[in-house]
Unconditional design. Structure first.
Length: 407
């Protein structure tokens, strides 16, 4: 064994090892830390190559094969092929890399997707996010899922519903060996989301709720998952560099720096089916609450706030444009205003966090942790069981995935 100096943060993994997180090529299995000075760690180390410690795959099922599903399927293949960590918050989460995620089942209702291999279905219209990877055939046929309230009136003209018989979701989950079910249904799909959550409970599969239907943050659902000793995380994914995390950070910064925030708004436009679907105001109740509560939680006092999707602009495709405005008073009662504009490719902004949420949920499964994943949900979602400022949520997530926190 040799002594090396590594300028990084050392984390404890569930298996008792410690690992560095600066680069996939520099992964190390290391002995006990001998000394610490500033950011440099002096430690006993030997090279560690991935094949020496096989944690297995993270077997994932997807409900809803839209743009977000397309982005994460392409992204997993992208990182598996390249072995680079650029664009990721974490190369490893509990020892799992993005390439360890394996998609084993998928559900949708579109006639253009049902029956096709997942690698092909993700590119079927109306999906319109950018292509970053040639995904090989995955051997996973998209199954017909329950429709219920999954398609709103504005989507009926662009999503032809398959005439195939609904599959048995529980049986499919069990047969596929899925460990985690990710809910990517359209906004407002309350009944359909509940049915998938029920299926996850019955099949003994962890549930990760990426949409604004309150399940992980609902006490009754949380109790049921806890009793079944099945992990649940959510609700409503908070994108990697998205409108909500940026808005939360601005408000928290203003409050922490002594600004009395008088009012704030956030407006969003986009050109995908998510924004088309959200033209139906009746489907937006939970969405508005999810985004608004995340921002309001950053202030100890009530701030007049308006947040939500504003319009559908078809030529933007999967690009989302966000406008954030904040007005307040600081030293001497003088006025300060912030006016911020953000452009993102929406599906990949989501995937950059979901890749961590999925792997973190697998860590919970490995440890036998059931019920609400509080730290993970605070870091990855807009409407978690417990709201936290972003730095605190990130620290809690790292504490959980490194084994320092139970959940």
């Amino acid at each position: 064994m040799s002594i090396v100096n590594i300028p990084t943060i050392i984390l404890q993994t569930p298996l008792g090892y410690q690992e560095r997180r600066d680069s996939p090529k520099d992964s190390m299995k290391i002995g006990p830390v001998r000394s610490c000075q500033n950011t440099a760690r002096t430690l006993l180390a030997e090279p560690f190559w991935p094949h020496k410690l096989d944690l297995g795959k993270v077997k994932v099922a997807i409900a809803g094969v839209g743009n977000c599903a397309s982005a994460i399927v392409q992204g997993v293949n992208y990182y598996a092929e390249r072995g680079v960590d650029e664009g990721l918050t974490y190369w490893k989460v509990g020892g799992y890399t993005p390439g360890d995620i394996e998609f084993v089942a998928a559900f949708d209702v579109s006639a253009k997707k049902v029956g096709k291999d997942l690698s092909e279905a993700i590119f079927q219209p109306p999906n319109n996010t950018v292509k970053i990877s040639d995904v090989p055939k995955l051997g996973v046929n998209v199954m017909k899922g329950p429709l219920l309230d999954g398609i709103g009136r504005y989507l009926l003209d662009v999503i032809p519903v398959s005439g195939s018989k609904d599959s048995d979701v529980v049986e499919t989950l069990e047969r596929s060996g899925a460990e985690v079910l990710v809910n990517y249904l359209p906004v407002g799909s309350t009944e359909a989301s509940h049915q998938y959550a029920e299926a996850a409970l019955e099949a003994g599969v962890a549930f990760v709720n990426a949409i604004p239907v309150f399940i992980a943050s609902d006490g009754k659902w949380a109790t049921r998952f806890a009793k079944a000793k099945i992990p649940i995380a959510g609700d409503d994914v908070m994108s990697q560099v998205g409108a909500t995390v940026l808005h939360k950070t601005l408000v928290k910064m203003a409050v922490d720096r002594g600004v009395k925030v008088d009012e704030t708004y956030q407006l969003n436009i986009g050109g995908d089916t998510d924004f088309l679907n959200m033209l139906e105001e009746s489907r937006l109740k939970d969405k508005r609450e999810s985004k608004t509560s995340a921002v309001r939680a950053m202030s100890p006092y009530e701030v007049p706030t308006r947040i939500g999707p504003s319009d559908y602009v078809p030529f933007l495709r999967n690009e989302k444009v966000c406008y954030i405005w904040l007005k307040g008073k600081y030293f001497g009662g003088t006025t300060v205003k912030m006016d911020v504009k953000l452009h993102v490719i929406d599906a990949y902004d989501s995937a950059g966090i979901m890749v961590d949420a999925i792997r973190g949920t697998k860590v919970a499964l490995d440890r036998g942790v059931g019920g609400q994943l509080v730290s993970l949900s605070a870091f990855c979602f807009k409407h978690p069981p417990v709201q936290m400022p972003y730095p605190a949520a990130k620290a809690a997530f790292e504490g959980f995935t490194s084994g320092k926190l139970d959940r």
